[in-house]
Design a protein around this ligand. Structure first.
Ligand code: F6R
Length: 608
């Protein structure tokens, strides 16, 4: 969603801001802007459109420092240049970029209007600029103090950065519910809402907590609270590299990330297999064995693809640890006043670690004393810092809006958790060994599937002519089907629906026709006969079938079979997911879609 970048130092801020903003493009946005400090005061340049438009329209001589920049994903007010950030007060002294939503915006707007303030946008952010300027006019002796005073009257979520004319040495930032991190350079400092913006500049970062502010100057930073109590923060090191966030020779980040899956899964597993005891080591769980044995249920909370990976996770936990496990949409959970049980282990899964609904579910759990683990990709993200412990995916940066490598890595992480919980209960060493061998085989087997990319692209070319596609699967195939359908609709805009194979004849079969193909997940397992009978029902209605299976299905059952290598039945779904990603990708390419930035979608959903 919206992105913030800021720079204080001796260099011209503009190229740094533009570079940082283009690294945040993946989050989704519809307008962008920058503000810089110059000898003539604060100068602002903003556009409705892409960073390329912002660059193309830069006024001559537009240079200075410090500076702040923003990519906006419209929530309050149209995606126009006027509504784009940065916003300035009436005198043009104070410039603000802001992520989040101010809940008492209407009340503040009325108050400011009564004081004679005229507004130049429909945004809630502009109100913050006016509030800070009013505090300065009323005698606040520093920008920090003015920002603190302004924020005392603001109710809502914010991550913000503020620049003031006449103060070329500093930017003031604040965080409440929307991520802000500081980047520590050599005689220069950065601020960003997402570490991706800092790649190439620094790996030393300081994460602000909710209710925290910071002043950054070229020489360093000071963090403090709204009441001006200093807080002590030490920098941590981020492990992402430039290459991970570059597109390289690939046409899209999405296909790059699909192809990164073997290495991503490898990294999720790395250092965690305990050969000696046929189990795994998960030091980050912070969960003593005695306590871990007491849990009688596991409840997984997540959104979107992470939720579907969680559904696979629940099945793994039930299968391997024999603990009843279920998955729920984090947003449904948080709004239904959930009963939080002491003998339930809660697990929040999130690639970004910033998804607001998942974060709120975690906070609700913590308020009620629940034990909550995180399965998260982005190190140092808010969810990762709020949970009691967890497993980092270490899949590397996922830039494309649609989740791919984070999905397979999340399922691999759930397999580790399931194995860990299983081996401390009734899963035998031999069974533990079987799953470990299966996990180790995954990266190579994903490679084998990726070698079929061309063939899958040919199948996708046929799907691209369809308006509706069904995805079906049974048991472990269900979440695979659901994830496949989500991926297809999300990036190709082709309508897709997923059903449990058994549910088909309870309604959707009525829609099967020669124009409605079905992608069927058909593993070679104990339910093969059942799956074959479902395929026969579809074929009897002349429905085209694309099967994802362990061996070629006869032509009377499927028009195409995409063959995936066989692993252990519990782990087969990880592999069966990969062809669905490739299908969605190639349909989207055939339809000329904006694959990495599908319409209306953002990478991390940080507002409701
Ligand atoms: C789908 C997709 C989304 C995310 C969801 C949760 O491809 O990317 O459905 O999975 O928004 O995001 P995280 O995992 O960051 O919490």
């Amino acid at each position: 969603m919206c992105g913030i970048v800021g720079y204080v130092g001796d260099q011209d801020a503009v190229p740094i801001l533009l570079q940082g903003l283009s690294r945040l493009e993946y989050r989704g946005y519809d307008s962008a802007g920058v503000a810089i400090h110059t000898e003539e005061g604060v100068r602002v340049h903003k556009v409705s459109g892409r960073i390329a438009d912002l660059v193309a329209g830069l006024p001559p001589g537009f240079a200075g420092a410090p500076g702040i920049g923003h990519t906006r994903w419209a929530t309050h007010g149209e995606p126009t240049a006027a509504n784009a950030h940065p916003h300035v007060d009436m005198s043009g002294q104070v410039a603000v970029v802001h992520n989040g939503v101010i809940e008492n915006a209407e009340e503040l707007r009325e108050k400011l209007a009564a004081d004679g303030v005229e507004f130049s946008s429909q945004t809630d952010t502009e109100l913050i600029a006016h509030l800070i300027a009013s505090a300065l006019e009323a005698g606040a002796e520093s920008l920090e103090r003015a920002v603190r005073q302004a924020l005392h009257s603001v109710v809502g979520a914010y991550g913000l950065a503020v620049l003031e004319a006449g103060h070329p040495d500093r930017i003031v930032v604040a965080r409440n519910g929307s991520p802000v991190l500081l980047g520590v350079g050599d005689r220069e400092m950065f601020v960003a809402s997402d570490a991706a913006a800092l790649i190439g500049y620094t790996r030393q970062v300081v994460y602000l907590d909710d209710g925290e502010l910071a002043t950054i100057t070229a020489g360093g930073y000071r963090t403090f609270t709204l009441e001006d109590r200093s807080t002590a923060k030490t920098p941590s090191t981020i492990d992402w590299d430039v290459v991970g966030a570059e597109i390289g020779d690939h046409a899209h980040f999405l296909i790059k990330e699909i192809h990164e899956q073997p290495r991503a899964v490898e990294r999720t597993l790395k250092g965690r297999i305990d050969e000696r005891f046929d189990t795994v080591r998960l030091g980050g769980l912070n969960l003593p064995v005695r306590e871990a044995r007491e849990f009688r249920r596991v409840k997984i909370l997540a959104c979107g693809s992470a939720r579907l990976a969680g559904e696979q996770g629940a099945l793994l936990i039930e299968d391997l640890a024999r603990i009843p496990a279920s998955t729920e949409s984090a947003s449904e959970f948080r709004y239904r006043n959930p009963v939080v049980e002491p003998d339930t282990l809660y697990v929040a899964a999130s690639q970004s670690g910033e998804t607001i609904d998942t974060l709120m579910a975690v906070q609700e759990l913590r308020r009620k004393g629940g034990r909550v683990l995180g399965i998260v990709n982005v190190v140092g993200s808010t969810i990762a810092r709020e949970v009691d412990g967890g497993i980092y995916l270490h899949s590397g940066p996922e830039i494309s809006v649609a989740a791919t490598k984070s999905v397979t890595s999340t399922v691999a992480a759930f397999a580790l958790l399931a194995l860990y919980l299983g081996r401390m209960r009734d899963l035998s060493p031999a069974e533990g060994r079987r799953i470990i061998d299966g996990l180790r085989a995954l990266p190579g087997q994903v490679e084998e599937i990726l070698e079929q990319t061309e063939e899958i692209a040919r199948v996708a070319a046929d799907l691209a002519h369809c308006t509706d596609v069904f995805y079906i699967g049974r048991r472990r195939g269900c979440p695979v089907a659901r994830e496949g359908a989500l991926k297809l609709k999300e990036i190709s805009y082709v309508h897709a629906e997923a059903y449990s194979s058994a549910e088909l004849k309870h309604g959707p079969l009525a829609l099967i026709s020669p124009d409605t193909p079905t992608v069927a997940i058909v593993p070679d397992d104990d339910l093969l006969a059942k799956n074959i009978s479902t395929l026969s029902e579809i074929r009897a209605r002349k429905g085209p079938v694309i099967a994802i299976a362990h061996r070629e299905l006869p032509a009377d059952l499927a028009d195409h079979t995409i063959i995936v290598p066989k692993n252990e039945p519990e782990l087969d779904p990880v592999l069966m997911c990969v062809p669905t990603q490739l299908l969605a990708y190639h349909v989207a390419v055939a339809l000329n879609r904006d694959v990495d930035k599908p319409r209306n979608l953002a990478k991390s959903v940080t507002v409701e």
